[in-house]
Design a protein around this ligand. Structure first.
Ligand SMILES: NC(=O)c1ccc[n+]([C@@H]2O[C@H](COP(=O)([O-])OP(=O)(O)OC[C@H]3O[C@@H](n4cnc5c(N)ncnc54)[C@H](OP(=O)(O)O)[C@@H]3O)[C@@H](O)[C@H]2O)c1
Length: 292
């Protein structure tokens, strides 16, 4: 079958091949809670090129949508169901077929195309997990840093759908993309403001005017290789005591604190969990549907 695989000496080169073995030969059995899907669409994220083969395995890609081709003995899924979600590490969604654990996928609603559904996995699950850590709810004030990226845009759409008051930071050249092409400007009663990080004056004014304002700052930009570290300059924009700063990248110091359980109060870091994604995938589609 066709599949993208990690190759090369360090396992960091990605090659598109046409001769990979089928993940489930005819005589093989699926493990409990596994289904085989024929991939209709797959999406990629920075994690796919960041992971070397010794961590990420041979197969490339997490995000997927497709049609169930075979099922294990006990599952609510049936052959022919349309599904979406994220495959496990090393399975690889950039392939003709993928085996996936049933708790990592959900049934695809009719109103989502296979392409749209395949774009949800990593970025939207990360957003949902971030907003759980940030205790975001209706009326919360949320700042999303890196608003035009995959995770940032998902964060903006989810926060708007949760009826939060949302501010996004991205480059001004992407304002139209964030508002227009993402479909946000077609949502009703949206409360979204965008700030251009390339405009020093606009950023200074924003920081001065919004001290102590936010319930949650979702930072998708710090530590992702763009050079800017927002953590210290933006922390003062959090509400005292109750505000939560949630970052999904960080330097050595942040990682050390995360792995030793010594994160500072109101500071959060996490890796998106792949446990029970099904519940969150269903919640994501509910939120996206609610915005029309
Ligand atoms: N911890 C986890 O579990 C987890 C999960 C998912 C992703 N991640 C990581 O999170 C990062 C973001 O992922 P992604 O998929 O959203 O990446 P992406 O689609 O490449 O987006 C990155 C965004 O960062 C913005 N940006 C660049 N420089 C900036 C700056 N100085 N200030 C504000 N924004 C800036 C860019 O916006 P402009 O073009 O407008 O400048 C771009 O849209 C990646 O490093 C990824 O590996 C971590």
């Amino acid at each position: 079958m066709r599949a993208a695989i990690r190759t090369g000496l360090l396992g960091t080169t990605i090659a598109f091949t046409k001769d990979q073995p089928h993940p489930l030969p005819d005589t093989a059995e699926l493990k409990p809670n596994e289904i085989l899907i024929k991939v209709k669409s797959a999406a990629i994220n920075p994690v796919d090129y960041k992971l070397p083969r010794f961590i990420g395995g041979k197969g490339v890609g997490f995000d997927v949508s497709g049609v169930v081709e075979r099922v294990c003995a006990t599952t609510d899924f049936s052959v022919g169901d349309n599904v979406f979600g994220r495959v496990g590490i090393s399975s690889g969604s950039l392939a003709d077929y993928a085996i996936v654990s049933t708790d990592r996928v959900a049934k695809k609603p009719e109103w989502l195309s296979f392409d749209e559904a395949a774009a949800i996995g990593v970025a939207y699950l990360t957003g949902v997990h971030a907003f759980k850590l940030g205790s975001v709810k209706e009326g919360s004030s949320v700042l999303v840093i890196g608003a035009s990226g995959g995770c940032g845009l998902a964060g903006i759409q989810l926060a708007v759908a949760m009826k939060a008051n949302v501010v996004g930071i991205c480059s001004g050249k992407n304002f139209d993309f964030v508002r227009g092409e993402s479909g946000i400007d077609q949502m009703e009663n949206i409360n979204l403001e965008l700030v251009d990080y390339t405009d020093d004056k606009a950023m200074s004014e924003f920081k001065e005017k919004n001290v102590g304002k936010f319930d949650c700052i979702y930072d998708t930009a710090t530590g992702s290789g763009h050079g800017e570290n927002y953590v210290s300059s933006m922390a003062k924009l959090l509400k005292d005591v109750t505000g939560e700063y949630v970052q999904i990248n960080g330097g050595i110091a942040t990682l050390m604190r995360y792995f030793t359980g010594t994160m500072k109060p109101q500071q959060n870091f996490f890796f998106t969990s792949d446990e029970d994604n099904q519940t969150d995938l269903v919640e994501i589609t509910r939120l996206l549907k609610s915005t029309g």
